[in-house]
Design a protein around this ligand. Sequence first.
Ligand code: ZN
Length: 225
Amino acid sequence: MSEDRERRRISLTFDNGPTPGVTDAVLDVLAARGVPATFFVVGANLRRPGGRDLVRRACREGHRIGHHTTTHTVLLGAAVDAEAAVDTEIAALAAELTEFDGDEKLYRPYAAGGVLDRQVLSAAALRYLQDHRYTCVLWNSVPHDWDDPDGWVERALADAEAGPWTVVVLHDVDSGAMAHLGSFIDELRRRDIDIVQDLPDSCVPISRGEIRVSLDHLLPLSPTS
Ligand SMILES: [Zn+2]
């Protein structure tokens, strides 16, 4: 290993759960390896039987918990009524997550297929996140575990190799993909890639309500422009 190169890092994030039978297994794998991660939960799943218990367990075991919308179906920048979409998709779930907030409230927008385009946020959503001092967490690796439950591992490893700091989006959903999580983590370690819970500034455009990086590319073009 060269001395002058910074060590590569990866932050593991798990979206769209909690899913009984899957999130538990993910937590077992992380606990067995001592790996801290971040879970971005969907309100509809949190509200299902067993959902809150799984998120409580994740929180207790040192993982961070974030808000990943109420229904995971609305692209905020495409909504006809942008204010109403913020109410139902962000504000409506916020109170149900306060017990998991820690010292920082995390929010990850829904983006269909993980694509960061102009439908992901809206001016109304941006105002809400600023006013309520959210930290907005994006990503730079989407290995498509949900539709390629075996092939995602190689893509995620390639992204992590490319570095310097990868924020990978995985999903604790019923795809079968998480069966490879343990071997993925073992391989990251074999390749000397540090698994961290912190996040790189490049994936955190809003920190505690302060805009750090322009989000213009995630907002709809203004109708007047
Ligand atoms: Zn998602």
